[in-house]
Design a protein around this ligand. Structure first.
Ligand code: ADP
Ligand code: ASP
Ligand code: MG
Length: 410
């Protein structure tokens, strides 16, 4: 007998009929001889609606603890409805909220990390023949307060639960049938990947492909959770050496959610970077890309970096005084940028990827504002208005719309 964790996203539980379909799939999996745990998100649009209520009431100035109390409620509704739907099909079911399981997290509201999953009650229910329905996205901290795991966090709940229960499989069902070479909403010709390595998926997720939350991929890699999008026909997340097709570039990711800040004309002396980035860290602002240019003639330096769009205004505000004190010439901000990245483990052993990437962008007249590389990715920052064009050009330049057997190999 296998133990399977299935996760259904907001679209899959977005209406009563869809909840009935999910119930039928869970029941079918149990009838096929498996123990079944189902993790669900809130019904589609619900979490956005709840976030908007908090914003409307508070104008953005609110207690993170109470934000979590509000936004966690979407999952309570979908778990209850799904358990009712399963029972109406004659199979015993029971729902659990995050605090009932319990998903024990740290205290960082709105982006909590799971520390422990206490799943004894779930094991008992499974042994008694129930289908267990678990609220994704939620946890509880050591103060007994409700926490949430960040947007898209139900993926992480499902993988963490699969690891804790030593499930044989974690199937993630969403509104696409797998991980594609890029977001199929932007490039309709994108192709589904049969397998993707944990590392490539980790890069794709952290570079903006929201099909899986980054933290869920980290956990899948750490606990070797075999995870797939859809059963059988989807994409299997697995070890690098299990991915047969070693093409150079596997996927294109993009992120419109960053903004660029440049501190101009900073005196080039020790301690400057520590001061700028220390100030941002103290304000809990994460910095992504950093580029520093030293002018040989003036001895000054420009420091450019990116932050999440949501942190942009606050970053400019907290930097104002320290930057004036260090004698910088000016601070410039640009929120209308996007980051586009090419990802592939094949880059480790092949050169020429950067050249091909930059050539494709220049052929479309797209100016590159920042460049960042690691061993399996190259990211560029460009003007936001060119993002979709850039993604489509790169998808074509790396022949990702072709069958993987016919693609660029270096
Ligand atoms: P869910 O609500 O089920 O968690 P999400 O909206 O979080 O679903 O994630 C699914 C979406 O991720 C897809 O609709 C698609 O637009 C987007 N996406 C981005 N990059 C990719 C990719 N490389 N492959 C597949 N989907 C992607
Ligand atoms: N409902 C939550 C969100 O919209 C969690 C999730 O869908 O994974 O972010
Ligand atoms: Mg999601």
């Amino acid at each position: 007998m296998s133990l399977i964790v299935q996760k259904y996203g907001g679209t899959s539980v977005g209406s009563i009929q869809r909840i009935r379909n999910v119930a039928a799939r869970a029941v079918a999996a149990q009838r096929a001889g498996n123990q079944v745990v189902v993790t669900v998100s809130a019904m589609s649009g619900e979490t956005n609606r709840l976030v908007a209520l908090v914003d409307e009431l508070s104008g953005g100035n609110y207690s993170q603890r109470e934000y979590d109390v509000v936004v966690a409620t979407g999952e309570q509704v979908s778990t209850g409805l799904l358990a009712i739907a399963i029972e109406s099909m004659g199979v015993p079911a029971r729902s659990y909220q995050g605090w009932q399981v319990r998903f024990v997290t740290d205290g960082v509201h709105a982006k909590a990390r799971i520390l422990d999953v206490e799943a004894d009650n779930i094991r008992r229910d499974l042994n008694e023949g129930r289908i267990v329905v678990v609220a994704g996205f939620q946890g509880v901290n050591d103060q007994n307060a409700v926490t949430t795991l960040g947007r898209g966090g139900s993926d992480t709940s499902a993988v963490a639960l699969a690891a804790a229960l030593q499930a044989d499989f974690c199937d993630i069902y969403t509104d696409v049938d797998g991980v594609y070479t890029t977001d199929p909403r932007v490039v309709p010709k994108a192709r589904k990947l049969e397998r993707v390595s944990y590392e490539e998926m980790l890069e794709m997720a952290s570079l903006g492909a929201k099909v899986l939350q980054t933290r869920s991929v980290e956990l899948a890699k750490k606990y070797k959770v075999l995870s797939s999008l859809e059963e059988g026909t989807g994409t299997l997340l697995t070890e690098e050496d299990e991915v047969m097709e070693q093409v150079v570039v596997s996927a294109i990711a993009f992120n419109r959610d960053e903004a660029k800040i440049t501190v101009l004309g900073v005196p080039d002396k020790p301690g400057i970077a520590a001061s700028i980035f220390g100030t941002l860290a103290d304000a809990n602002i994460n910095v992504d890309m950093i580029v520093q240019n030293i002018s040989a003639s003036s001895g000054d330096t420009d420091v450019t970096f990116t932050v999440a769009k949501g942190d942009f205004k606050q970053a400019l505000a907290v930097l104002k005084d320290p930057v004036a004190n260090m004698g910088a010439r000016d601070v410039l901000g640009d929120p209308d940028i996007a980051k586009v990245s090419v990802v592939g483990v094949g880059m480790r052993s092949h050169s020429g990827v950067a050249q091909r990437m930059f050539k494709a962008l220049s052929a479309d007249g797209i100016n590159i504002r920042m460049i960042y590389t690691s061993d399996i990715k190259i990211s560029v920052v460009i003007d936001e208005k060119y993002m979709e064009l850039a993604v489509r050009s790169l998808h074509q330049a790396f022949e990702l719309d072709k069958d993987s057997g016919d693609r660029v190999r270096g």
